[in-house]
Design a protein around this ligand. Structure first.
Ligand code: 1PR
Length: 588
């Protein structure tokens, strides 16, 4: 007989993936609880309650209060039944957060501390002339808290969380272990009082990655997005499996592996450009400098068809991709809201893929051609999150927004897609996809955009130009704007974007390696994570990009994977074995 798992749903991001993860683990039914009445209705039957939250702390806590869920949750915990919090669901157990300091946003207060933001000016990064990217996005280790080298809780039992696997984190605020919090963890909330903790490190900052207090347990990372390793944690919680200590997993490690400055492993993303082909089927395609049509000797050239989106995405997940990105590259064609082409792709993909999924293409205020109604971007994004997306990527609309931002002296309106989506779902959910094209200039005075000096004479422009900048484009490279890639990224960061997916039309599909000068220009000037994209042809290109002295956060590949020249695992093995780089190899 199937058991029922109850999930608190206060409309805060992607719960579809959590529910998919639970279904994958075993024979469970899932019921969502939206308010106090529903809680009351199910209360006597609930034995396993999940408390997931994504994004903005204030939004989440406010919703919990507004739906009168605080008292039933407290009473549930007091009754001794099991609860598992995830991400903001962990943060809600603290008293407050710097993210939303207003008194109305008080948390449940089980731990008498306030959450704080990661420090962009982290000294270990500063010493290398870099900034630490915030949000903290990616795969990190989780360890026991030690004092003087000794674990403070020797018989900790955090549902099989172990220190060899990596888990997926995405957050800007956390329970950062200040001396005060660490002392509290050791004394006030120690083992004797029934608490267990595990921590992770981001740069020089340590923070609580998991907490357990009697029957409640919470993780700052997303187990439903942490591959097999994460599914095991959920399974152990649901089955009540206890472990004597933080486990050492039985997976391969490499002796000389680096310890990265951030603590995160090198993140590898597989990207699928999706569009309808000439027969109307949704296919994965891949362009050269954004041209996705096959070369033909005369006659009609066809859209390149490299496979089916869900099939390929699942393949890359099984090969060890740390993230999968879907881009609807013909999104400028209007579709009725209910038929947004990627909704089905996402919900199918989210059934079998347990790493983060990003979707891009057409994220903007739109007019539904069927009803004529205006649909705000935040609603479009919500539909994608509900189908299983963790992040949305905004391309063309970001260009328009940045142009308006500069035209209005950097005034924020609060109404743009970037602002509205990040206010509701958190800035970690908003990726900006940049499609820049090199423009040569003889001198920096020819433009108001920030230029790059070209060092190698072999790379000067056709008329000997020694400078260039990168003009951004929209609508898949069709429209060129008088705006530089750096200027675009700075505007979007200020408006609340959480990550930059930096393509390069000049390098796209070239197999010649990433556009290193462009990546350096952007990464040195922003504080949010930057994903390198366009040009990867061999595993060494991934090594090159991670070795840049600006600290690139992730590297994306498309063509080399689609054409079957390399698997994601080939790239990771290469990075591990040839470059001693830290990569995530999933548990099995
Ligand atoms: O503008 O918000 O509607 O979003 C449209 C999205 O579609 C944007 O993210 C834009 O980058 C993308 N897009 C539009 N046209 C194309 C095209 O190729 N004709 N693809 C396109 C962009 C670039 C990368 C590619 C890398 C790696 N694709 O995603 O995967 O360059 O390729 P490689 O490893 O093979 O070199 P909106």
């Amino acid at each position: 007989m199937s058991k029922t798992v109850y999930i608190i749903d206060v409309e805060s991001g992607n719960l579809q993936s959590l529910s998919n993860a639970i279904k994958r683990i075993g024979n469970y039914d899932i019921k969502f609880i939206h308010n106090a009445e529903e809680f009351k209705q199910y209360d006597s039957q609930i034995e396993k309650l999940l408390f997931p939250g994504v994004g903005n702390y204030g939004h989440f806590v406010k919703e919990i209060h507004a739906r009168s869920l605080t008292d039933p949750i407290n009473a549930y915990i007091k009754s001794g039944r099991s609860l598992m919090g995830i991400c903001v669901g962990l943060q809600a157990f603290f008293k407050s957060s710097e993210e939303s300091p207003e008194a109305e946003f008080e948390g449940l207060g089980y731990l008498d501390f306030s959450l704080t933001k990661f420090n962009v000016e982290d000294p270990v990064f500063k010493a290398r002339g870099m900034k630490k990217s915030v949000p903290h996005i990616g795969w990190n280790h989780v360890s026991e808290i030690t004092v003087g080298g000794e674990p403070i809780a020797k018989d900790t039992s955090l549902y099989g969380i172990n220190s060899v696997n990596k888990y997926y984190f995405v957050h800007s605020y956390g329970a950062i272990l200040t001396p005060e919090l660490k002392a509290g963890v050791v004394n006030k909330y120690g083992k004797e009082q029934g608490w267990d903790f595990a921590f992770a490190r981001y740069g020089s900052e340590e923070f609580l990655a998991a907490i357990k207090y009697k029957n409640f347990f919470a993780t700052q990372f997303h187990p439903e997005k942490s591959g097999i390793a994460g599914l095991k944690v959920i399974k152990n919680f649901l089955e009540g499996n206890q472990f004597p200590t933080i486990q050492t997993a039985d997976i391969e490690t490499h002796d000389n592996t680096e310890v990265t400055l951030s603590g995160l492993s090198r993140r590898i993303i597989a990207c699928l450009d999706v569009r309808s082909n000439d027969d109307g089927d949704l296919v994965v395609t891949k362009g050269d400098q954004y041209n996705v049509r096959e070369e033909t000797d005369g006659g009609e050239s066809k859209v390149r068809n490299l496979g089916k989106p869900v099939e390929l995405a699942t393949r890359y997940y099984n090969q060890g991709a740390d993230e999968v990105t879907f881009l609807n590259i013909t999104s400028f064609r209007n579709s009725p809201l209910k038929d947004l082409p990627m909704l089905q792709v996402l919900s199918k993909a989210a059934e079998t893929i347990f790493v983060p999924l990003t979707v891009g293409g057409g994220i903007k205020d739109m007019i539904d051609p069927e009803t004529g109604a205006t649909v705000p971007a935040v609603k479009v994004a919500d539909l994608y999150f509900r189908s299983g997306a963790d992040k949305v990527s905004i391309g063309s609309d970001a260009v328009v927004i940045a142009e308006n931002y500069y035209a209005n002296n950097k005034q924020k309106t609060g109404t743009t897609s970037i602002e509205s989506i990040s206010a509701t779902f958190g800035n970690q959910a908003v990726v900006i996809s940049v499609d820049p094209k090199r423009k040569y200039v003889a001198s920096p005075s020819e433009t108001t955009m920030s230029t790059i000096k070209i060092e190698d004479p072999a790379r000067y422009g056709p008329n000997g130009e020694q400078y260039c900048y990168y003009q951004v484009t929209s609508q898949g490279g069709r429209k060129v704007h008088e705006l530089g890639a750096l200027e675009l990224c700075l505007a979007c960061e200020d408006l609340g974007a959480g990550e930059i997916l930096l393509n390069s039309i000049d390098h796209d599909g070239s197999n010649q390696g990433y556009n290193l000068e462009l990546l350096q220009q952007i990464k040195r000037n922003v504080s949010i994570p930057v994903i390198a994209s366009s040009g990867a042809g061999v595993p060494k290109h991934f090594q090159e990009v991670f070795e840049l002295d600006c600290g690139i956060d992730a590297a994306l590949g498309a063509g080399l994977f689609h054409r079957g020249e390399y698997t994601v695992n080939d790239v990771k093995r290469y990075l591990q074995q040839e470059a001693n780089m830290d990569v995530r190899l999933d548990d099995n």
